[in-house]
Design a protein around this ligand. Structure first.
Ligand SMILES: [Zn+2]
Length: 458
């Protein structure tokens, strides 16, 4: 384990979830400058690399990394266990309430519900790329969450819009001329709206090709890369489906492409690979929308197309979790009214399906600042994020897998399925110092100290 590593050789391959540590005497080449490639496999579940034979997985590149390296059994995420809050914790080392990316989506109910956090200026804590840049190191990002306007040398930002002009949106946010230049090399880039179940095939392919070419051409010291297909497949097909397993094998091939590029750039001996995941998954069969209740009580209004026209209270679905907001947080009567409404409804009809996560618990988890409280769905359920429904309970279509749940639940469920998930407050309170060997915060410390150590050897 990384904690037991006394001394890093000049050349280190190391991963947090998956990894490889190559002692210096195994390497022939002397090194000059250290490089770090931080690769995130979205929705990576430990089972797939801890027990690949159980799933008959053909993952030669990851197996090789594990054979020579270091890896974690599991890790504890942040709340909500969503992609953008989690990735921002990976690069800042603090939980969502501190780094400011508290959901995938900006809370602005009347301006649409799927406004992804895009701008790196929304991040309220120092990032790894800023720290590297401060040291004068060459930095690059290829489709990493919340990276528009990130101060790096080579930027291809992430954009998961459900529109057909997604490639153009990414091009517009890229370092001047870089997207066009890389696209010329690989032929026309055609991406699908992110809502398309197959959107991540061309997206991951573009990401890998661009990242590989950036390595070959520019040799950045720090490169951040995000692959999304494993997450997409788990959302649309469920857990452990043939499509999910095929996706993981495809991603292994992309990792092979990236390590080939590092080799071609002559940097294999100088590069530390850090491969991380952000959250696990639970299967779902039903979706909940408590905005239906707010609609019925006149606390929310919609126009003829179903879009939110005005609101005094709103439930923001975040997958397995939901955050409850009132527009005027100083309105004590309104807060009390909304709270009673939800508590009564849950007690009457959703006992055992939904539990309330109190504000004090959210403070401990450093989650959903400003929210009145949060709701947590039990296994099989999640909270919708679309135009308010007319009824609370709805079919889960189009999703078969979901995340966003309390970190301890999703961690335990995804590392040992036979274990019972406790809903007790005791477990919730203990989640930050629980039984797991790694947390996203812990991971950041390891990643950042490794990056610091790698660069200190320069
Ligand atoms: Zn994710």
């Amino acid at each position: 384990m990384p904690e037991r590593m006394k001394k890093f050789s000049r050349v280190v391959y190391w991963c947090v979830l998956l990894g490889i540590l190559v002692p210096r005497d195994l390497l022939s080449a002397e090194t000059t400058q250290p490089h770090v490639l931080l690769l995130s496999i979205d929705g990576l579940r430990p089972d797939y690399y801890l027990h690949p034979d159980t799933y008959h997985l053909k993952i030669p590149h990851l197996r090789a990394l594990m054979q020579h390296g270091s890896y974690a059994q599991r890790m504890l995420g942040v709340y909500p266990t969503l992609t953008y809050p989690s990735h921002t914790t990976i690069v800042t080392g603090v939980r969502p309430a501190r780094h400011g990316i508290v959901s995938n989506f900006i809370l602005a109910p009347t301006q649409g519900l799927l406004n992804w956090y895009l701008k790196s200026t929304d991040i309220q804590a120092k990032t790894l790329w800023q720290a590297a840049r401060d040291k004068g190191l060459k930095t690059a990002i290829v489709t990493w969450p919340v990276s528009y306007d990130a101060p790096v040398d080579y930027l291809i930002p992430e954009n998961l819009a459900a529109t057909s002009d997604i490639a153009d949106l990414i091009r517009q946010g890229s370092t001047a001329g870089l997207f066009e230049d890389l696209a010329k090399h690989f032929g026309p880039i055609k991406l699908l709206p992110f809502s398309d179940p197959k959107a991540c095939l061309p997206l991951d392919s573009m990401t890998t090709n661009f990242a590989a070419e950036i390595v070959r051409r520019y040799q950045p010291h720090l490169l951040l890369v995000h692959l999304l297909d494993l997450d997409h497949e788990q959302h649309s097909t469920g857990i452990d489906t043939p499509q999910v397993l095929a996706s993981f094998e495809r991603i292994d091939g992309l990792i092979g492409k990236l390590s080939d590029a590092v080799r071609q750039a002559g940097l294999l001996a100088d590069t530390t690979f850090v491969i991380v995941g952000d959250h696990g998954f639970l299967p779902v069969h039903a979706a909940l929308d408590f905005n239906a209740l707010l609609l019925e009580k006149g606390l929310l209004s919609i126009d003829e197309t179903g879009k939110i026209k005005d609101w005094s209270a709103f439930v923001q679905g975040n997958g397995g979790a939901a955050a409850v907001y009132v527009k005027d947080s100083n309105d004590a009567a309104l807060r009390a009214q909304v709270e009673k409404l939800l508590r009564d409804e849950i007690a009457a009809r959703y006992e055992g399906i939904v539990r309330i996560v109190e504000r004090e618990q959210l403070d401990q988890l450093e989650a959903f600042p400003g929210a009145l409280l949060a709701l947590e769905a039990t296994d099989g359920y999640y909270f919708s994020l679309s135009n308010p429904k007319r009824q609370i309970l709805n079919p889960s279509d189009p999703f078969k897998g979901m995340h966003g749940y309390l970190p301890l639940r999703i961690t335990r469920q995804n590392s040992d399925r036979t274990e019972h998930i406790s809903w007790s407050d005791k477990h919730l309170q203990n989640s930050s110092r629980g039984f797991v060997s790694k947390s996203l915060i812990h991971r950041w410390r390891l990643v950042s100290s490794l990056v610091a150590e790698a660069f200190a050897r320069e």
